[in-house]
Ligand binder design. Structure first.
Ligand SMILES: Cc1cc2nc3c(=O)[nH]c(=O)nc-3n(C[C@H](O)[C@H](O)[C@H](O)COP(=O)(O)OP(=O)(O)OC[C@H]3O[C@@H](n4cnc5c(N)ncnc54)[C@H](O)[C@@H]3O)c2cc1C
Length: 436
């Protein structure tokens, strides 16, 4: 940390927030990175491989995570959220609320002995999209940053009933600390703020219900697919159906689920055409006999090399693209989904039986966006993404507060990183007075 100097606050520790923090830290500027989850990484940490290169997602992200953790100019505040912002551009004062971890972050060795002895099982695991459960003492994923366990307050026997404490005895490093409480801290001397709070995905809405999501085990979301096919996921990368453990031989991928639909979200989620093709490619790499079908309204491949990527899907990975509108999905008594759809090329109503259906669900603003916007005093657009000036796309409606990544609008990783560097450069002007 540079002594007595102004700092910049970055809200959200996904790839966008991490990149902004690293750029600023490397310029010699103090950064406070606030993340509401127990670790940084955001959605990119949950992905298997990334388009357009099909590189392993965590392999690209992990070096950035540890660089961020070790960077002398970056202070990481996990389990934390912004409560209040006072002052103005160049001189903000920010109040942060930090939830207790019940594990001393700087003492925990990450050995996992606390989780081994924890008698509580069945705690939902957000990182694996609730496909797996865990103990009350847990680490979200093996290479999580910070590399420290935490205790889930709601399910811990000790915290709720004052009995148990097996983890205290098991922890050789003496890192378990049930005296920790939720705290607030105030950060003064904040010259500018970057909002990088990312996105959520629609759940429990009419289009998902229509396709039998959560009702039929063989209708899953694209993010669930990423976890299921990932070597570090619940199935250790061996894709199987959740209903009966059988390997799927025919998979249907449905585009625009909830998006580009006036009764739901009328905007385009922007990345689904590409990641769906990527998911079909990865599945094919696992099993060369696999049949994959992509049901789409129209394909949007507006990025460098993207159109070529789709052609490779068709030519090298045997993906069949069907321009269509899905009318209905039902399942037979073995759990096999049947799709009824209008084929726009043949102008006929057709049917297809598959083993698994994967839904590209619409990207929406992150949970808590209304409260965050109120705390920051910024405006949201009609879809509740952060409002910006079209010609100054990193600037919000409040001077000194900038935005990057999916909280701005749905976008892929390369664009999130580009926006992060751009927001960092704008935010740095307020510390450096335009001099570098
Ligand atoms: C199924 C699927 C597959 C995808 N595949 C690809 C791909 O192959 N290639 C590609 O380029 N893109 C892909 N994407 C898109 C990619 O996930 C995004 O581009 C990227 O994650 C955006 O990063 P972000 O930092 O803006 O948001 P996020 O990854 O969502 O990170 C935001 C962070 O902010 C935190 N946060 C939220 N609210 C607050 C708050 N109030 N206070 C503090 N912290 C907060 C969150 O916990 C999170 O850690 C895919 C998306 C999906 C859904």
């Amino acid at each position: 940390m540079v002594e007595n100097s102004k700092s910049i606050l970055v809200i959200g520790g996904g790839v966008a927030g991490i990149q902004a923090a690293l750029d600023l830290g490397d310029m010699g500027i103090n950064v406070h990175l606030v993340e509401k989850r127990p670790c940084i990484g955001g959605k990119m940490a949950q992905l298997d491989k990334t388009f357009p290169t099909l590189d392993c997602s965590i392999c690209i992200l992990a070096p950035k995570l540890s660089e961020c953790y070790r960077h002398p100019n970056i202070t990481l505040h996990t389990l934390s959220e912004v409560q209040k912002v006072e002052g103005s551009s160049g001189q903000f004062s920010v109040e942060i609320f930090k939830r207790a971890r019940y594990v001393k972050e700087d003492v925990c060795t990450g050995c996992g002995d606390c989780a081994t002895v924890c008698p509580v099982r069945g705690v939902k695991n957000y990182f694996d999209v609730d496909l797996m459960t865990q103990a009350a003492a847990y680490i979200p994923f093996p290479s999580a940053v910070p590399p420290a366990y935490l205790v889930d307050k709601e399910s811990c026997v000790y915290l709720n009933y004052g009995i148990c404490g097996l983890c205290i005895q098991a922890c050789g490093a003496e890192a378990i600390d049930f005296t920790q409480t939720d705290t607030s801290l105030t950060l003064d001397n904040i010259s500018s703020i970057i909002v990088a709070a990312g996105y959520s995905l629609i759940e429990d809405t009419v289009p998902l219900k229509k396709f039998g999501y959560k009702k039929y085990k063989n209708v899953i979301s694209a993010l669930e697919f990423e976890r299921l096919i990932c070597a570090s996921g619940p199935l250790e990368g061996h894709l199987k159906r959740l209903s009966d453990g059988k390997e799927p031989k025919k998979i249907a991928f449905l585009q625009c689920v909830g998006s580009r639909d006036e009764r739901n979200k009328d905007y385009c989620s922007s990345i689904c055409c590409m990641y769906t093709t990527k998911e079909a490619m990865i599945a094919y790499e696992h099993d060369n006999n696999l049949e994959t079908y992509v049901f789409y309204i129209d394909m949007r491949a507006g990025g460098k090399g993207f159109q070529k990527f789709l052609h490779r899907g068709e030519d090298e990975y045997n993906i069949k693209y069907i321009k269509s509108k899905i009318a209905q999905i039902s399942v037979d008594n073995k759990g096999n989904p049947k799709l009824v759809y209008e084929n726009y090329d043949t102008n006929k109503i057709e049917q297809l039986k598959v083993d698994l259906v994967v839904l590209a669900t619409c990207i929406i603003p992150p949970e808590g966006i209304d409260e965050l916007a109120i705390s920051l005093g910024i405006e949201l657009d009609e879809n509740k993404f952060i409002k910006t000036n079209p010609f100054y796309p990193m600037e919000t409606t409040r001077e000194g507060i900038y935005v990057c990544g999916c909280v701005h609008e749905p976008m892929d990783i390369p664009r999130s990183v580009a926006e992060a560097s751009s927001a960092a450069a704008k935010a740095a002007e307020l510390v450096r007075g335009g001099e570098f």
